[in-house]
Write a protein that binds this ligand. Structure first.
Ligand SMILES: Cc1ncc(COP(=O)(O)O)c(C=O)c1O
Length: 324
């Protein structure tokens, strides 16, 4: 009985290794932990690696769930400047020397909210600085599988520094609240304990379902189906917003719309809401006293149908035209 349970656990970890490899990182089963989604993994990682009052570096605009969990744990977040839409290695190094940070949080692929990608060169430089100053990196790979050919993970350049979190929510199915986490040996015990304290365990049923989907390669079909849908939706965005700067790849589930004229993101969000369209302003994502970009995030896959997306885009286009 015990052997059968062990075997099952190995199968689940093998599936995690396979999926993570598909996303651009080679790892082994002894590094794998399971969490109830990306947010849960971020919370457990921060809770185990930072004490209240300690500091981590993040992009000037970042995923709001990171901000709320840091606030809950009294972990301070320090904005690190971007250059060419990606975290600047020089600013990271400055923060290592002067800001007393313990680590950083990154979203290298399909950044939320700016939809940017970190270049391979930058991944290498950020990894080298993390090694030099013994910083941890939380690499949030929520969207890595949207890539047909994923870029190498930051973790592949600094495997001893990086906690790599692969949520299944966005690329598989929202019902699968599960994340595979590849954890360096030095952090495995504290993060494993934090996950136990928060969850005891993940749902064995969901973990089994996810593992079977991965091992059977069924996940490739799911991902491809989502990708096709997403591309179709982004083509609509490109068509309607062609006269404006709407950053992001056609395989991404959101776009970063830079606003014309002088309107702020928050003002545009209110304007769009009055017309029945929900976009999220840069102000929701901004960190510390960084200046929010005059931009909004457009969630391409949130509308239920292509027609609903099209209706929203027509309204956005009209509002944008009125601003120019
Ligand atoms: C960058 C990022 N990380 C983590 C999450 C949360 O992931 P999960 O739904 O797996 O908890 C999200 C959800 O929107 C996200 O955008």
């Amino acid at each position: 009985m015990k052997d059968a349970a062990l075997l099952k656990n190995c199968m689940k970890k093998d599936a995690a290794v396979k999926l993570i490899r598909r996303g651009g990182l080679e790892t082994t089963i002894d590094h794998i932990l399971f969490a109830n989604g990306g947010q849960n993994a971020i919370a457990a990682t921060l809770a185990s690696l930072c004490k209240p009052g300690e500091r981590i570096g993040v992009d000037q605009h970042t995923y709001p769930g990171l901000k709320t969990v840091a606030a809950m744990l009294s972990v301070q977040i320090v904005p690190i400047k971007s250059e060419n839409d990606e975290m600047s290695p020089a600013s990271f190094e400055y923060a290592c020397k002067n800001e007393n940070i313990k680590g950083i949080y990154l979203i290298p692929d399909y950044h939320n909210p700016t939809a940017s990608f970190m270049s391979v060169e930058n991944r290498k430089m950020i990894a080298a600085i993390a090694k030099k100053y013994n910083q941890f990196i939380i690499e949030d790979a929520s969207y890595h599988l949207l890539n047909k050919k994923p870029l190498p993970a930051v973790a592949s350049f600094a495997p001893e520094q990086v906690i790599y979190i692969a949520s299944l929510y966005k690329s598989f199915a929202p019902g699968l609240r599960l994340a595979y986490v590849a954890v360096p040996s030095q952090f495995k015990e504290p993060i494993s304990k934090a996950l136990y304290n928060l969850n005891v365990s993940v749902s064995p049923l969901l973990a089994e379902l996810a593992a079977r989907t991965v091992v059977s390669n069924q996940f490739e079909v799911l991902i491809e189906g989502h990708r096709e849908q997403t591309i179709r939706r982004n083509q609509l965005v490109n068509r309607y917003l062609a006269d404006f700067t709407c950053l992001g790849a056609e395989t991404g589930i959101f776009r970063w719309l830079l606003l014309p004229g002088k309107i702020t993101g928050a003002e545009f969000e209110t304007l769009a809401k009055q017309q029945g369209v929900q976009v999220y302003a840069a102000e929701r994502f901004v960190v510390g006293n960084s200046c929010p970009e005059r931009a909004v995030r457009v969630s391409v896959c949130a509308p239920e149908t292509l027609e609903e997306l099209e209706r929203g885009l027509i309204i956005l286009k009209r509002l944008l035209n009125d601003l120019t």
